[in-house]
Design a protein around this ligand. Structure first.
Ligand SMILES: C[S@@+](CC[C@H](N)C(=O)[O-])C[C@H]1O[C@@H](n2cnc3c(N)ncnc32)[C@H](O)[C@@H]1O
Ligand SMILES: [Zn+2]
Length: 833
């Protein structure tokens, strides 16, 4: 990605010159000459339409296609069956408000195939779209594929994932001969999509496109193939499509997509001739072409066989919603000559609006590509060093960027010979921990190697920076272990960390937002060189451990309120405190205890976490003395604050579609609140609590720690510890019903015989008792709740209500827990407290 990013940076200022000189109206009116210019995007769009329109036919009423929905197919391996089965995850086509449309698979045993029908919801029933009077009872919405294996609608046999893989592998992933399930069209000047079963002219157009592609490939004379034939590596866990036979970059596209993209790529190359007639400056022409190339990249991101279909907006989704190349069984093909998502014209408009938003008031700089570990700048020459470094094995950037690079090289390789010298992006110098993904190419790139490279890059940054200069290092990750290694590298490289600020740099996409412990923003560390007057790194200053430990809590106390004022709370605040905390430590080349023993950064960070946790807890309890509560209450409060403070409506999905699509994933996930184990351990430690000693509250599994939901605590809280653990099926059912704990409560009631008149046994801690009352409320046991709070005197403990209040603030607003705790609080007055 480096090459692309650098060239982007070089060309944008040029583009502004172009916009300024060629715009008919001023920038402030919002009109962009780039889109209107005879020579730029519009010319390409027009030419593409002339060449490609016949391959995207309108229907008899003149409705234009905006997308096609496909499924790869396999042959059922059931005994004697052999039906061609479309591999789909879901049969939904549209799902938003009242608009519900879906496909139905109609098995044709004798013909060994599956026919299709489109059904639509009318009020409470489903009907066949083609025969609206024909009611469809019990429609099915789940597709044929589940976790990679495929169940045949004709015979019910499930072809296992290994066979599915083998079959698709033989057919290069199966995008080329996928089955067209549905065509989505729009009528001129009408909103709303029309879903149609494929008609013969649709299939003919697809065949003609494949033929045309073959013809062009045959006549193609370029040095590089028309459609990228460079290889696409298997990288276990991140590049899964190659496991199914997608082993060239070109294989990710259907023949019609390849035809469309290779047409656009050629037109972008040819645009130079057109542009040169109007623009004398050749570099400016290249700059414009480069922008057209970026536009192309965005079209390609939305025009490949790994694009999904979004049910609410009814548009294709782009491949790089995740930084991976995952397999997608059923996919949506956008129409590059339409006016809809994924088209050339829509992308052009977006691109132009980005440029307009950046504004035109900036100066031209010089950009050069180099490895961060070997900088071309002389010592002390830069006034600022700003880096957003890679992070362990978070993203395989260079391999991913090949998706764009191979096309770029075809379009503009001759304009940037040094950037496109190799057939794929250079990867030797890429700092990333990749051994686990690809032990063949990257055996040496383990975490140690990554840390070494990062150390080198940070030293280089320190070397090129002027002693009075400033550095910024972006961190956007949640693993605390990773933080420690990188911070150590920063200190070792001669930097003093002076501040840290979280900045919203990430789009709040669904995939990311679901990630329970993710930071809401990237933390920007601000640093300065630790220098002697002669510019060498200072290595003689020894810090006194006692002084540092005294200064630390004061510093955190100053910062937390300042952060809160800026709206920085929760996990973001914890990480944002690291900067000021580290300043105290990193101003010395080493820190020693009275015994002369050197203090490691790791040891110091344990103290930082403790100080931060303590201060955060004081914030949560708003001055009330948190020390009156047992460790479980303090830990619960901090845990929820870390995850949810500053978020609104967290934890509840507001999107049915998301739930439907991801039901498979959520099934296997436990409920409760998940944190990375190491972060949870540090928070607990800071509060003087120990995760391992709280098994009735926290479940630890591998790298994660889960704060159990209140419902999950039912058995433990009501004295049924001896009961057998629920089976997997029971657990699943419980999750579905949400109220499964009620039956557990009933069993406990019987076992403890406190049913109609008795009183539930009191939990040991205040938190236990608050949770018990929440469960009684949730189960509708108003009388038992009254006896518990009033007769037993649980409600007379002031701490009970204080904790309830705090939890009401901390539980996510859409959660069951929030509803229950508010229910208990609402009874406070009525019960006389
Ligand atoms: C976190 S990303 C930066 C993302 C960028 N700030 C953005 O918003 O698009 C880290 C980048 O560092 C690049 N990188 C990795 N090793 C490098 C090296 N040795 N020299 C220069 N860049 C490197 C990766 O390829 C990746 O593009
Ligand atoms: Zn079958």
């Amino acid at each position: 990605m480096w090459g692309l990013m650098l060239s982007q940076a070089t060309s944008i200022p040029w583009l502004f010159c172009l916009i300024r000189s060629y715009s008919n109206t001023s920038l402030s009116t919002g009109s962009v000459s780039l889109t209107k210019s005879e020579n730029g995007c519009e010319w390409i769009g027009g030419e593409a339409e002339k060449e490609l329109a016949e391959f995207y036919p309108k229907d008899a009423e003149g409705a234009m296609p905006i997308a096609y929905i496909w499924a790869r197919t396999i042959q059922c391996e059931g005994p004697g069956c052999g039906a061609e089965v479309p591999v789909t995850r879901s049969l939904w086509l549209a799902r938003k408000g009242n608009r519900c449309v879906a496909l139905q698979l109609i098995p044709q045993k004798s013909r060994k195939c599956i026919d299709l029908r489109i059904i639509v919801k009318q009020r409470d029933s489903w009907v066949d779209q083609a025969e609206p009077h024909a009611r469809i009872d019990n429609p099915r919405f789940e597709g044929t594929a589940k976790r990679g294996s495929v169940t045949c609608p004709c015979c019910g046999y499930t072809t296992p994932v290994t066979s599915v893989r083998r079959q698709l592998k033989k057919r290069n992933g199966g995008a080329n001969d996928a089955k067209l399930l549905c065509v989505v069209r729009m009528r001129p000047n009408q909103a709303g999509r029309i879903f149609q079963l494929p008609q013969s002219f649709d299939i003919e157009a697809i065949n003609r496109a494949a033929e045309e592609l073959r013809r062009r490939e045959h006549h193609h004379k370029g040095r590089l193939s028309l459609v990228p034939d460079e290889s696409l590596p298997v990288m276990s866990g991140v590049f899964n499509a190659p496991i199914y036979g997608h082993n060239t970059w070109g294989s990710l596209f259907t023949p019609r997509q390849s035809l469309a993209l290779s047409t656009l790529a050629r037109l972008i190359s040819e645009a130079a001739g057109k542009l040169e007639k109007e623009i004398a400056d050749k570099e400016l022409v290249t700059a414009v072409q480069t922008c057209l190339g970026f536009n192309f990249s965005r079209v390609a991101d939305l025009s490949n066989s790994l694009c999904g279909w979004k049910l609410d907006v009814q548009c294709p989704t782009h491949l790089f919603a995740r930084q991976a190349i995952p397999m997608t069984w059923d996919f949506a093909e956008s129409v590059c000559i339409s006016q809809s998502s994924g088209s050339w014209s829509v992308m052009t408009e977006r691109f132009a609006s980005i440029l307009l938003n950046i504004g035109a008031d900036w100066s031209v700089g010089h950009v050069q590509q180099s490895s961060a570990t070997n900088h071309p700048l002389p010592d002390g020459s830069a006034i600022a060093f700003i880096t957003d470094p890679p992070y362990y094995n978070a993203v395989p950037y260079a391999d991913l960027s090949d998706f764009f690079y191979v096309w770029f090289r075809r379009m503009l390789g001759d304009k940037y010979p040094e950037l496109f010298a190799t057939s794929l992006t250079p990867k030797d110098e890429e700092a990333c921990q990749m051994a686990g993904w690809d032990a063949v190419r990257y055996a040496h790139k383990d975490s140690k190697w990554f840390e070494q490279q990062m150390g080198r890059a940070l030293s280089e940054g320190r070397r090129v920076l002027n002693p009075r200069g400033i550095g910024t290092v972006v961190f956007a990750h949640k693993s605390t272990v990773g933080w420690e290694a990188l911070l150590q590298a920063l200190i070792d490289a001669g930097w003093i960390i002076t501040a840290s600020w979280p900045i919203d740099t990430e789009m709040d996409t669904r995939l990311r937002a679901r990630d329970s412990a993710a930071l809401a923003s990237s933390v920007h560390l601000v640093c300065r060189p630790r220098e002697n007057p002669d510019g060498s790194i200072r290595t003689d200053e020894v810090g006194d451990w006692r002084d540092i430990l005294q200064e630390l809590p004061r510093r955190i106390q100053e910062w937390m309120p300042r952060l809160a004022e800026e709206g920085v709370v929760g996990a973001d605040a914890i990480f944002a405190c690291l900067g000021p905390a580290l300043e105290i430590f990193s101003r010395y080349s080493k820190v020693e205890k009275a015994s002369g023993q050197t203090v490691s950064l790791r040891e110091y960070l344990e103290h930082v976490w403790a100080a931060v946790a303590k201060e955060a807890l004081a914030t949560v309890f708003e001055g009330a003395d948190a020390s009156g509560f047992e460790e479980d209450a303090r830990l619960t409060a901090m845990w929820l604050w870390t995850l949810f403070a500053g978020q609104t409506g967290a934890n509840g999905s507001d999107n049915d579609e998301a739930e439907e699509e991801e039901s498979e994933e959520t099934d296997s996930k436990q409920s409760g609140y998940v944190l990375e184990y190491d972060a949870a351990r540090k928070i607990a430690q800071g509060l003087g609590a120990h995760l391992e000693s709280l098994p009735s509250l926290v479940e630890i599994k591998g790298e994660t720690a889960t704060l159990l939901s209140v419902a999950e605590r039912t058995r433990r809280l009501f004295g049924r510890e001896d009961a057998a653990s629920p089976t997997k099926a029971q657990k699943k059912k419980k999750a579905q019903l949400q109220l499964g704990f009620v039956s557990e409560l009933e069993q406990a009631e019987e076992a403890g015989s406190w049913g109609s008149k008795g009183v539930p046994p009191q939990g040991v801690t205040v938190l236990d008792r608050v949770h018990q009352s929440m469960i009684l409320f949730a189960a509708g046991r108003a009388e038992a709740l009254r006896r518990f709070l009033v007769d037993e005197g649980v409600g007379r403990d002031e701490r009970f209500w204080r904790l309830a209040q705090v939890l009401s603030y901390l539980y996510p607003s859409a959660s069951e827990e929030r509803r229950w705790i508010d229910g208990v609080l609402a009874r406070k007055k009525g019960l006389g407290f």
